[in-house]
Design a protein. Structure first.
Length: 100
């Protein structure tokens, strides 16, 4: 996933929704969110750290998060696609549009 865009939510509100949704599932035990505009980070910590970094840009009531970096722990490489699919599913559920 190269990024995503959301209309009608602020980055702060959307990241809180994303974090709450992740914490309801198995990934939530290991997920951490960080938002220090214009940067957002989603990380997973268990036997290594996997981190996705996004640059947030806003245009009216829409914001876009473009991936600027990622670090995938060797122990997480096998599960990377599964993690990204879950993130995409949650983002889509909350009205986001995925950029592949």
């Amino acid at each position: 996933m190269k990024g995503f865009s959301v209309t009608g939510d602020s980055p702060e509100k959307f990241m809180r929704k994303l974090e709450k949704a992740l914490h309801k599932g198995e990934l939530g035990k290991f997920a951490k969110m960080g938002l220090n505009l214009p940067e957002a980070k989603i990380s997973f910590e268990k036997m290594g750290v996997t981190e996705f970094t996004y640059k947030i840009s806003a245009d009216g009531d829409t914001f876009t998060a473009n991936k600027t970096g990622e670090k995938v722990a060797l122990t997480h490489a096998f599960f990377r696609n599964e993690v990204e699919r879950e993130l995409e599913r949650i983002i889509h559920r909350f009205g986001g549009t995925i950029a592949k």
